[in-house]
Design a protein around this ligand. Structure first.
Ligand code: OAD
Length: 249
């Protein structure tokens, strides 16, 4: 048999196979191989002159709602065209083997659900969903031929993406469920996140304090790396399928 691209320690495969409660945290890195740019990569094309931190804020939307709406329309189209990659698919496969599985994501692209993951906690919302500024009404269809941003058909306030902007609170139920999943995990798998943005960045450290084995998947080091029992230095689209094979092959 050809040498696997990634060597998975045998004891890690054993621990995974025995796990009853596996909690996963993903960041933009898991969608990089689907062609969705990560947050800290430079933006491309006509958006290259903007930084996400300048656009994904309530102040930016108040200042120029049309610009922010059009940036999200561009990203909505980009993510709708993207396909789940082997890393997303491997997590959906792992979920089928674990009695208590939780997938916490900071991503707003919806690729985990499209890959078949079911227990998904979206900490930062979902770019494919749109809501209004005043009533938080979720709106499926909108007419952007008259006015941009369009208005809510129920209350007439401006529409916005159903994502968490910098400085906004995270969805309370999803965040509480994420803390519970971190604090009760046997294994906490942190994938494709720079572990820089709170409160998500604290979840793996809470899991460790509660006795979880910490596994990190990332081509780069992060603030979590030195606290991880296993640091798998590679792309999630390669490492995660390599985890599935020896464990549940
Ligand atoms: P970042 O862009 O901060 O970090 C992406 C991470 O993915 C980096 O650590 C990369 O090394 C890693 N990476 C890149 N390619 C990868 C691959 N193929 N496989 C595995 N890892 C890879 O994105 P996040 O950590 O997700 O918040 O950022 C967290 C939050 O910061 C975002 O959700 C967003 C941003 O502010 C909000 O919008 C509220």
């Amino acid at each position: 048999m050809s040498k696997p691209l990634v060597e998975i320690p045998a004891e890690l495969a054993n621990i995974l196979r025995r796990a009853q409660r596996l909690t996963v945290l993903t960041g933009a890195g898991i969608s990089a191989e689907s062609g969705v740019p990560t947050f800290r990569e430079a933006q491309t094309g006509l958006w290259a002159r903007f930084r996400p931190e300048e656009l994904a804020t309530p102040a930016a939307y108040q200042r120029d709602p049309r610009l922010v709406w059009e940036w999200y329309a561009w990203r909505r189209e980009l993510t709708a065209k993207a396909q789940p990659n082997p890393g997303h698919l491997a997590l959906a496969e792992i979920e089928r083997h674990i009695p208590h599985f939780s997938l916490i994501t900071q991503n707003v692209d919806g690729l985990h659900q499209r890959a078949g993951s079911r227990q998904v906690l979206e900490l930062h919302g979902n770019i494919q969903r749109v809501k209004c500024m005043d009533g938080n009404h979720l709106v499926e269809n909108w007419d952007d031929s008259v006015e941009i941003p369009p208005r809510c058909p129920l209350c007439g306030s401006l529409l916005r993406p159903d994502v968490v902007w910098f400085g906004e609170n995270l969805p309370v139920k999803a965040l509480q469920a994420a803390w519970d999943a971190a604090e009760t995990a046997d294994i906490f798998l942190s994938i494709g996140t720079s572990t820089q943005v709170e409160p998500a960045a604290s979840l793996p450290f809470a899991a460790k304090r509660c006795g979880a084995v910490i596994v990190e998947v990332n081509p780069q080091e992060t603030p979590l790396t030195k606290s991880a029992q296993y640091s798998l230095r590679g792309r999630s689209g390669v490492v995660l399928p390599a985890l599935v094979q020896p464990t549940w092959g």
